[in-house]
Design a protein around this ligand. Structure first.
Ligand code: NAI
Length: 282
């Protein structure tokens, strides 16, 4: 089993990934270019672990042992040293990710698997910055990492599929389920989730039903835990609009064209839960 990992980027996702990997027994080195980011991440991880102990989901000993398996690395060079798998969770910018992957390619043996947690960029284009595209994949975790059970393993045309079983096993050890998705805009989850959300918005616009009733249709009619409009509010309508625009542009499918109601809400600063108002009052 993969047991030595590095996480580059100690933000929301990097901290979550480091935490779940350490709980699964892996040793984890974390690096970030911003000073103080890793120590902040470590204290957030400590708080989350303490929460699991107080809710009796973990023992104090297990939480302490997991925490002890995570260490701060002074830089990327130190983080990736000896790692079997590196998971990148830095800013969502293609050129920045490509520069990091080129650097990591030079720093690690050819056997090291380099994974990106990108939610929207082409894994193939990130892999192209290295001399080992066959060992570059997407590992798309969901926020909050310690709760969400899905990981999309994103393979591109050059990925050596022989690495997929090891990654699937690793994801299983994190108590999560891996699905394998071909590198394509929105992967599986965003593409389907955004399509549903946008159609729900169009139905609201056309007066088919109220927001609450559209959501209830999916919850009670299809067993979704939450309706698509409430999910959109939680994710943030600005985030949804940005993803819809990029899927519309890349896939050229008319059902990804953002409906006017979404643009209006974003223009009005009604971004969902984070601003107190979206399709719902929060
Ligand atoms: P964040 O902004 O919380 O953290 C990013 C961290 O990366 C920051 O601490 C920053 O200092 C660091 N960083 C930036 N450039 C760096 C570099 N060149 N080298 C080292 N560290 C660098 O971002 P977040 O939300 O954790 O997202 C990270 C990645 O995960 C992005 O690709 C994002 O699209 C993806 N993602 C985010 C999700 C979310 O809900 N936040 C869900 C799934 C994927």
């Amino acid at each position: 089993m993969i047991s030595r990992i590095a996480v580059i980027g100690a933000g929301t996702m990097g901290a979550g990934i480091a935490q779940v990997a350490a709980i699964a027994g892996a040793t984890v080195r974390v690096a970030d270019e911003r000073s103080g980011a890793v120590s902040n991440a470590l204290s957030r991880i400590r708080t989350t672990l303490d929460g699991t102990v107080s809710r009796a989901k973990t023992t104090a000993d297990a939480a302490d042992a997991a925490f002890a398996r995570i260490s701060a690395a002074v830089d990327v060079d130190a983080a990736v040293d000896g790692a079997e798998l590196v998971i990148e969770a830095i800013v969502e910018d293609l050129a920045t990710k490509q520069a990091l992957f080129a650097a990591m390619d030079a720093l690690t043996p050819a056997s090291t698997i380099l994974a990106t947690n990108t939610s929207s960029l082409s894994v193939s284009r990130i892999a192209a910055a290295t001399t080992r595209p066959s060992r570059v994949v997407g590992m798309h975790f969901f926020n909050p990492v310690h709760i969400m059970q899905l990981v999309e393993i994103v393979v591109h045309p050059q990925t050596d599929l022989a690495i997929v079983p090891d990654l699937t096993e690793f994801v299983g050890a994190l108590n999560k389920t891996a699905i394998v998705v071909r590198d394509s805009p929105g992967f599986a989850s965003s593409r389907l989730g955004v399509a549903l959300g946008l159609e729900a918005m169009r139905m609201l616009e056309q007066g088919v039903a109220s927001a609450a009733d559209i959501d209830t249709a999916m919850m009670l009619g299809y067993g979704h835990p939450m309706g698509p409009l409430r999910v959109s509010d939680l994710i943030g309508l600005d985030v949804r609009l940005r993803i819809a625009e990029s899927l519309w542009q890349e896939l050229g499918a008319p059902h990804f064209e953002p409906p006017p109601i979404l643009r209006q809400k974003v223009r009005a600063g009604e971004l969902g839960k984070k601003t107190g108002r979206g399709f719902y009052e929060w």
